[in-house]
Every structure is written in structure tokens, then in C-alpha cells.
Design a binder for this molecule. Sequence first.
Ligand code: SAM
Length: 319
Amino acid sequence: MNVAAKHVLDRHGFHFQKKYGQNFLFDINLLDDIAASASVGRQDFVVEIGPGMGSLTARLAQRAKKVLAIEIDGNLIPILKETLADYDNIEILHADVMKIDLAQVIREFIGQSERETIEKKARKEQIIDEITDATCDPTREALPPVKFVANLPYYITTPIIMRLLEEGGAGAFSYDSITVMVQKEVAERMVCGPGSKDYGALSLAVQYYTKPQIVREVPAESFYPPPKVDSAVVHLAHYDKPPVEAADERLLFALIRASFNQRRKTLINGLFNGSGLAFSKEEYADILQTCGFPADIRGEKLSLADFAALTNEIYRRKA
Ligand code: SAM
């Protein structure tokens, strides 16, 4: 940690809280690299989860149109107000990201920003009377997509990613990409395919909604305090349309969950015990045969395309 940052934290009597996964970044090159790999530009609305003392937030604000920084720790709010005082395009929200209505928060964030832009323009052109609620209604449908960028707290990395993927996938909000620092092991789970020991429900969800890429690995010593594990920056580019066609997305993910809940069992047993569907083992054997899978195959051998084929066959038989 640099002297200036330590001075600010000490002055506010700040103590790092392990329960919030507080491992901060101070390396300017690394922070710039994260902002660059998110391809943040002047038109972008960025949502940062867990700004800490604002080192990444400042980097993002220098490139973006506007940044929303959501921080759970109330002790960091006065610190953020101080470290980010020079920026007029940052909104700080004191909240637990897992407990807020994220779609509503994003709508208000963008709506408010658009209102300010329209008001600024109107003031310049002296057409104040023309500002109506309809011209800047934050609840209207087509809001621009956001970019999520974060050095995520590791204790809730997977639930946060799953939330962004699922809610974004269901159209609750629109997003371009998710660029996040995560544990190296989680990054590997996101990008790997069938046959890898890391392959599982997270890999499939990430790869259904996005094209994932590990941007760079980051050693534990780059953080203060250093975590026990190494990390990696991943960039998840949101697909306009998933790479496979599944007749029913909920069914697809229910089948994936059932297959991986009992990893050591065959796919037939996993589906029979965990899918909640009323098929017998014999019917599952027939479904697998129709899909061209061996009868004793395990779920971990199926690719995303295989799971989509399985979903479509089960969907057809359920109808
Ligand atoms: N972005 C900062 C940096 O890179 O230096 C801090 C990253 S630190 C790994 C994670 C941050 O997320 C902390 O500031 C922590 O307080 C915050 N955080 C933890 N849980 C959170 C939650 N549920 N909602 C919002 N912020 C959270």
C-alpha cells in the first residue's frame, strides 16, 4: 500500500474487514489494465461492485460516462467521498449488492444520468420548458447496456456472477460485459470445458451467456492485505444470442444442476434423482440413446451443446 493511501485509511481509523473480503489493489498499472480490458469508453455506464477506497473507481471514472460504485462497508463511504471528490461522474451507493433490486438501481442510475444530460443541454439552449418526465423516464424499456467491472469480494464471487448472468439473461437489465478479478481457480472454472476437473454448473452458465477470457493472472502479493490465493482478471463478453439453442432455459439449468449435484454418479442417476421430472430410469436411458450419448455417461462429459440437445429432447417428451 502506498503512503498516501495508508494516511487516508489511518486518518479515518479504517480497519480491513476479512468478512467483506477486503483485499485492496494499489498497483496503478494493474488498475489501468483492468479498466482497459473492460474497454470502458466515454459513452459507457459502469457498475462497480465493491469499490473499497476507490482506486479502481477513479480509473473507471477517467474513461467512462458515469460510474455507479456499490459498497457494503459503511466505514468506506466517507473515505470514498474523500478519495473520489474530484470526479463528478461517480455515484456511490452504500448497499449490499446481494440484497438490492439491481435492475431498479441500474434503471435509476442511468435514468438520473440521462436526465442530467438533457437538463444540461436544455439549460444551454434555454429550452428548460421542454424537459418533461417522458423525455427522461428511467423506467422506459431501452436503456443502454452497462459494463460491470470489479475486484470482487471472494466470499461471494460465484453468487454475484450467477446473479448478473441470470438476471441479465432474463432481461432484467442489459449489459455488455463483466470484467472481474476473481480467485484464479474460479477463473479456470469459468473458461474450462468437459473433461476438466474444474468443469461444472458455473462453467456452463458463464459459457451459455458470455464468451469468457482470462485476461491476466495476478499474484497474491499485488493486494493489500494479500489473500491466501492467487487471482485472475476475467472478461465475460455478453452474447446477443446464446451459442446454443435450448427450448427452455430453466429446464436447461435444472438439468445442468441435477447432473453436477451428483458428480460421481451417471447422468441417468443424476437426472433421475435430481431433476424433479417424472421420467423413469428406462425413459432417461431412451432419451440418452436418442441424443447419441452412451448409457453410462456422466454429466461432466457433456458439452454445452450436448446439454442443449438433452434439454430439447426432454422438452419434446414433456410436451
Ligand atoms: N475495488 C477495491 C480494490 O480493488 O481495491 C476493493 C476490492 S475488495 C476485494 C472487495 C470490496 O467489496 C470491499 O470494498 C468490500 O467491502 C466490498 N464488498 C464486500 N461484500 C460486498 C457486498 N455484498 N456488496 C457490496 N460490496 C461488497
